[in-house]
Structure formats: C-alpha cells, structure tokens
Design a protein around this ligand. Sequence first.
Ligand SMILES: [Zn+2]
Length: 249
Amino acid sequence: MEGPSLVILAEDLQAFAGQTILAVDGNTKIAKERLNGLTLQSIRSWGKHLLLDCGSLSIRIHFLMFGSFRINERKEGRIPRLSLEFLNGEINFYSCSVRFIEAPLDSIYDWKADIMSPSWDGIRALKRIRQFPDAYVCDILMAQDIFAGLGNIIKNEVLFNLKLHPLSKVSALPRGMLKKMVQEARDYSLKFYAWKKEFQLKKHWLIYKKRMCPRCALPVELQKTGVGQRRSFFCNSCQKIFNNPILLT
Ligand SMILES: [Zn+2]
C-alpha cells in the first residue's frame, strides 16, 4: 500500500478514535496484552506506516507486500496478525508487520518527508536528492527518507509523465528537471488519493501494468531496475535516458 492508501485507511478508522481497546487477539509476537484497556487516541499515517497512537505507546503497522485489513469483519479461515476490539466494532490486520513505538510519534517521525502530509517540504526533498548525484531516478523516488509513502505505482507514473527513463541519473538530468520531479511526485500522490477515494485509480494508470505506450503506441518495457530492483514499466521511445554527468564549464 502506498502513502495515499494509508491516508484513506486512517480516515476510515476515525470511528475508533477515542475508543477503549476491550480485547486484543492475533498471532503477532509483540506483547499485545499491553494494549488491553488503552484508549486509541489518534490514527494517522506516515509514508507506508499506519500509526495507532494509544498514549503511552503506539502501534506501527506496515503492510509490506501482501498485508491487508478488515474493518468490522474477518477474513474467513485466516488468523489476523493483530485484532483490536472496541465497543463499536473491530479492526483486523493480516500479513503485516506490527511493532510498538514507545516514544512520542512527533519525536520519531519526520512529517516533512511524508509525500501526503500538509507538512511536506519539497525544497528540502530537492536538497536531499542532490546529495545522491549517482543515484538512479527510479531508486531516489522510492527512498522513503526523502519521499515517504511513494511506492512503485507512483514511481512508474511520475517517470512516465516526466518522459524520464527510470535509469536516468540524478546528476545527468537537465536543469529544472529535478524540481519538476519533486513537484510531480507530490502532485501525482494527491491525485492518486483523490482517484482512489472515487474507486477510479486503475483507470488513470498510463504506464503501470500497461502493454502499450499511450503516447507512442509502442510496446511497454518491463524491467527490474536500479539498486532496489523494483519493477519499472516504461517506454524506450518517449522516456529519455540521461546518464552522463553534465560537465560544468
Ligand atoms: Zn512512448
């Protein structure tokens, strides 16, 4: 799940804010009994983390590749990783990573790096990217300390919109392109959120999981690219590769 989906989930869970945890279940290895009787004070997200603030401690849920959830229902035949029961319903998480965070969330999380946050700071992201001149754009977009919440779908669509090949290098981009990339990453994430809310996300994908480039009508390339070796869908014809460092004269 990418950042925008986590924001939507946090919104969907607001009905449980202020509710007391009456029972805890699940096959997580954390000492879940500690949660009994605590009040769920707030629900928010940072990047790909769902954060359930219970005052003296918080629960951090990371859905990894195959995590899922159910609100007020259970998946048949599946044991939840963590199940929280309240007077007004229950939340069940499956196949995800569950951890406790003991320190206040504001002391741990850098909200300015969250691509969906009102505190998002694009100028700082730009400065940080410039510290990695040799990085490929496909890797830098997925760096969670710079673009927290940006996932593989957003990466592919952003690069397509900018006509940038995923194996372009940061230092080789034409003037102004990095700034455009940071802006597009933010703009596309907000659009992703709006489309997903309307259940219209997939129909807006232009390159992700597509067979043909909508600009050139040529076959889409699919390769695992960069250091992260994540799947990149791209068009070799209209997405230009910049990989030679520009020599300053
Ligand atoms: Zn194309």
